[in-house]
Design a binder for this molecule. Structure first.
Ligand SMILES: Nc1ncnc2c1ncn2[C@@H]1O[C@H](COP(=O)(O)OP(=O)(O)OP(=O)(O)O)[C@@H](O)[C@H]1O
Ligand SMILES: [Mg+2]
Length: 462
């Protein structure tokens, strides 16, 4: 699918130049001459990113930005700003803009920012803003009455109002980002920015300037000074997602920033101090990575002050009916359907399935099912057939192809790999009567990596 970019600027020349540049890079471009026109177009078409000028007649760039952050929080907005108005651009970043570029802009810089925005959009496409979850349904707007989730909520309750660093772990799609946002929204910092950085989406070479900012002239293309995410989050919360992806070199710099609360911008000499509450998340087993020497132990202990471990959905299947009800409501409204319930047989299938993609996968399944469901209830035949292929106990009997357009390629590969790993490991364990050493030999991996994998996949070491 070609990514579409909306460009809003009142200067027709700039629209032409930007349009030509982006089209050359393979994007589809739609232009708007002011904010009001941009809003109309946004209501009708889907985009992967918005580029907007700040000063425009009718609806200005800030208002456009506010509209997008409220209605399409995953859609990245890039601000174009004239030299000398960087302060306003920084305000825009705090209000949720993805990034800004200064006029006259450097083509390479602009292209890089757009690529980064589109990559982030793709990563986030299936994540919903916490406000989309009906606050009445559960604590912190999160759903879950299972004892394990209640324990998670208790921890959030206790630590939200403290400045302590929190490390959230859990498989993909278990709600790590929702918890990070809940921590911010229930803290005294709620009126200050919540800044998210997806460490996996930023190339290793750019992460330092992204986090700590840079001074004018620090490298080619640094035509102006720019604050990093640490500075933007001052007074608020900085959420470093996928922290396990950070290089060892960057881990050293992060450690200092956390330990001393100070850092320098790239190419800068002034030491800057900020007050940020740090929340990090990963779906990797950082303790195992630390043991293997891939993650610094001093940083690990700094990050792991308050650990929050999110259980995989298969370990709290009791929450499935509640989640399904919530998702039926959400997608009935969104897709104009009137599906009232999931019948007993279909619910049995949902309860038996292993959900390697956790709540995100459940949500995708409900959305897809509603798309094709004509009646007022979901029966077993309405569900994707691969859900029923699974034998009780969670072992898939074949690897299904995830639906294109619902699951991104990266997620699909991750899910499929996890599924495959789970199936092979379960087979090896059952063939060897649960003997981990022998199962590891059959799988041609070390006993230790098998144990790590089993932990990741929630398989018990009997
Ligand atoms: N307890 C919950 N109640 C309602 N919805 C939830 C809950 N947990 C997760 N979700 C939904 O599931 C999806 C995945 O959640 P989230 O993005 O927070 O997961 P994640 O752990 O950060 O995943 P990843 O590791 O892939 O980034 C989102 O659409 C979110 O709204
Ligand atoms: Mg996440």
């Amino acid at each position: 699918m070609v990514d579409s970019i909306l460009v809003a600027d009142d200067e027709s020349n700039l629209r032409k130049v930007l349009g030509a540049l982006l089209r050359r890079r393979g994007y589809q471009v739609v232009t708007a001459a002011d904010g009001a026109e941009a809003l109309e177009i946004l209501a009708e078409e889907n985009f992967s990113a918005v580029i907007t000028d700040l000063r425009m007649p009718n609806v200005d760039g800030m208002a456009l930005l506010r509209h997008v952050t409220e209605h399409q929080p995953d859609l990245p907005v890039i601000i174009i700003t004239a030299h000398g108005t960087v302060d306003t651009a920084v305000e825009a970043l705090k209000a949720g803009a993805f990034d800004f570029v200064t006029k006259p802009f450097d083509q390479a810089e602009l292209t890089k920012v757009v690529e980064k925005a589109v990559a982030t959009f793709r990563l986030n496409r299936h994540e919903t803003h916490p406000h989309a979850v009906d606050a009445a349904t559960g604590r912190f707007g999160l759903i879950g009455t299972s004892p394990v989730m209640q324990r998670v909520f208790d921890i959030v309750d206790k630590v939200a109002c403290t400045p302590s660093t929190v490390l959230i772990t859990g498989e993909s799609g278990t709600g790590k980002e929702l918890i990070a946002k809940a921590l911010h929204e229930h803290s005294p910092r709620v009126d200050k920015p919540f800044i998210k950085v997806n460490c996996a989406a930023i190339p290793a070479t750019l992460i330092e300037s992204e986090l700590f900012g840079y001074e004018k002239g620090a490298f080619t293309g640094a035509v102006t000074s720019k604050p990093g995410r640490f500075e933007l989050a001052d007074g608020g919360t900085l959420f470093l997602d996928e922290i396990g992806e950070v290089s060892t070199e960057m881990q050293v710099k992060l450690l200092r920033a956390i330990q001393e609360s100070e850092f320098e911008r790239v190419g800068g000499v002034n030491t800057r101090r900020v007050d940020v509450r740090l929340v990090t998340a990963t779906n990797r087993d950082l303790a195992a990575e630390m043991a293997a020497g891939a993650f610094r132990d001093d940083l690990y202990y700094r990050l792991n002050v308050v650990p929050i471990k999110l259980p995989p959905l298969r370990e709290r299947a009791g929450d499935i009916p509640l989640l399904v009800t919530h998702m039926l409501e959400k997608y009935n409204a969104r897709l104009a359907r009137r599906v009232e319930r999931v019948d007993d047989a279909a619910m049995q299938v949902l309860l038996r399935y292993g959900w390697p993609g956790n709540i995100r996968e459940l949500e995708n399944v409900i959305e897809r099912t509603l798309l094709f469901c004509e009646g007022t209830f979901v029966g077993e035949a309405d569900l994707p057939p691969e859900l029923s292929c699974e034998v009780p106990g969670g072992g898939a009997t074949r690897v299904p192809v995830p639906p294109v357009g619902v699951t991104g390629l990266k997620d699909a590969v991750k899910l499929t790999t996890q599924r495959l790993e789970r199936e092979m490991i379960e087979r090896a364990l059952s063939d060897t009567g649960g003997n981990v050493t022998r199962a590891a030999r059959r799988l041609e991996i070390s006993r230790k990596s098998l144990q790590t994998k089993m932990k990741e996949l929630g398989l018990r070491d009997e």
